[in-house]
Design a binder for this molecule. Structure first.
Ligand SMILES: Cn1cncc1C[C@H](NC(=O)CCN)C(=O)O
Ligand SMILES: [Zn+2]
Ligand SMILES: [Zn+2]
Length: 491
């Protein structure tokens, strides 16, 4: 049934009545500058993790802070990682156990980057709550907590056991996380039935979505080193091989004007497209114009909805992100940089193999470089590699979430994949072998990582209801699954 029950209505009413309190808490969370990228803000990340643990404890959960050690910065210094939260609420063997993953660190944000509002002061304008972390990922983490809070406030028995795994280093590549998942597989994860991640966005501004796949990513650093120091182009320009010129040539050799990756062999293992899969894209509600407006660019490389979705979800792409050591300030500086490092990445799709890809790229860069007869030195490294993730949409967890979405939003979810990477999804699936689902609550125009990041009041509050409804649907599902297996054994 798609109509909500009396119980659901009571909970939804509670959530509606308390929305301003939920927004106040989000405001307090956004005020913490838990930027995991800039070393000088690391203390704030740790403070944010501790604040989150306190909040979970206030719900009655036990929250353990797992130390992750430290990591090396590029300047050689080492820096303490914020702890990871492993929390548990309820341990009834009759109930299913749902584990929620989220992160409370954020991308860097400065008013000078072009924010219209203070990025660390949650500001409501026309129903939208602007602030760094509002949608990525503090809002969704709090929506999950608010949902539990609502059951507690109404003195309702929780329909499921809950576990939480909350980190503070997602934006920096989830450092230290994989080891903990491996280590905890036989303990913390042993009685988990379902894993839910809410760290991505809907495909549309108004239609809810369920996500069953993400692309992976293979990140490269290409260093070209000449001498030991920067040189004056008036004194040395014209008589040396310049590192920047080599690097630009290398970067320019990667992809053609139609977006096709030029590295030999890259497309070899990409799944071939079946008629059945093609139909999936035709059925999706997606407006390329709306997506284009969200992006602010004039034209996409592809015109049709199907081509656009396939190039975001099931084909690899190569992006060039930046050059370390390049002169980038306003004005003129007639310098020849001694050492430059280009950064690019290739989004991985099924069934590309990351180690094969790594070798293909390194070989290609070395070939292109050697043809230049440059006296400079080339070094290629792979700071991050994450495999793509795809789940089975017919898994009961997706059925339960579909029903919860229908109850709260009055429409069926769009079943989508995501072109970005949540490395944890594939790690969870691969290591724990549990059902993994991504259940976003933010709209397509939320602007994750941008200077106008927001979550709408509507999505934050309906998202809170969605998680409450999900707990009930999972419990129902579990009852049905158990009944089915009992019938099987008694027959
Ligand atoms: C840091 N990194 C390097 N390669 C991949 C990533 C993760 C990053 N993840 C997101 O943006 C989550 C979006 N909800 C991305 O996909 O770029
Ligand atoms: Zn995120
Ligand atoms: Zn992010």
């Amino acid at each position: 049934s798609s109509s909500s029950s009396g119980l659901e209505n009571r909970i939804f009413q509670y959530i509606d009545l308390h929305q301003n309190e939920f927004i106040q808490t989000l405001k307090e969370w956004v005020a913490v500058e838990s930027d995991s990228i800039q070393p000088q803000l690391r203390q704030e990340v740790t403070r944010m993790v501790e604040l989150t643990a306190d909040r979970l404890r206030a719900l009655g959960a036990t929250a353990e802070l797992v130390k992750l050690g430290s990591h090396k910065l590029t300047d050689g210094h080492s820096l303490l990682l914020p702890p990871l939260i492993l929390a548990e609420l309820g341990k009834d063997p009759q109930k299913p156990t749902v584990c929620f993953y989220g992160h409370v660190d954020v991308q860097p944000a400065k008013k000078e980057d072009g924010w219209k509002t203070d990025p660390y002061k949650l500001t409501e304008i026309d129903g939208n709550l602007y602030g760094r972390g509002a949608t990525d990922n503090k809002g969704p983490v709090l929506a999950w907590i608010n949902a539990v809070e609502s059951f507690r406030a109404l003195k309702l028995d929780m329909p499921v056991n809950l576990k939480f795994i909350i980190e503070g280093m997602e934006e920096a590549g989830s450092l230290g996380l994989e080891e903990v998942i491996k280590k905890e597989n036989q303990r913390f994860f042993s009685d988990v039935d379902y894993i839910v991640i809410s760290d991505n966005l809907w495909l549309n501004n108004r239609k809810p979505a369920l996500t069953y796949g993400t692309r992976g990513n293979l990140c490269f650093s290409v260093e070209v080193q000449g001498g030991q120091r920067d040189l004056h182009s008036g004194t040395f320009g014209g008589i040396i091989h310049e590192p920047m010129t080599d690097l630009i040539a290398l970067l320019d050799s990667l992809v053609d004007t139609s977006g096709r990756i030029l590295i030999p062999g890259v497309y070899d293992d990409v799944d071939s497209l079946t008629e059945e899969e093609k139909k999936l894209y035709e059925a999706i509600t997606f407006d390329p114009e709306e997506h284009k407006n969200n992006s602010g660019v004039k034209k996409f490389l592809y015109d049709t909805k199907e081509e656009i979705l396939m190039h975001l979800w099931r084909y690899p792409s190569l992006s060039i992100h930046g050059i370390e050591g390049a002169f980038h300030e306003p004005g003129i500086k007639t310098v020849i940089p001694a050492r430059v490092i280009g950064k690019f990445s290739i989004r991985q799709v099924p069934h590309m193999n990351v180690s094969v890809g790594e070798r293909q790229v390194i070989q290609y860069l070395e070939d292109v470089f050697s043809k230049r007869n440059s006296s400079n030195e080339l070094k290629v490294s792979v700071p991050i590699s994450a495999m793509p993730w795809v789940a089975d949409i017919n898994d009961p967890l997706y059925t339960a979430a579909g029903r919860a979405i229908k109850t709260v939003f009055g429409q069926d979810p769009e079943k989508i994949r995501d072109g970005a990477t949540i490395p944890i999804a594939q790690m969870f699936q691969n290591i724990t072998r549990k059902s993994v689902m991504m259940l976003p609550i933010g709209a397509a125009d939320d602007g994750e990582h941008s200077q106008k990041e927001k979550i709408s009041r509507h999505n934050y509050i309906q998202g809170t209801k969605l998680f409450a409804a999900l707990f009930l649907e999972i419990a129902k599902l579990h009852g049905q699954l158990q009944e089915a297996s009992n019938t099987k054994t008694t027959n």
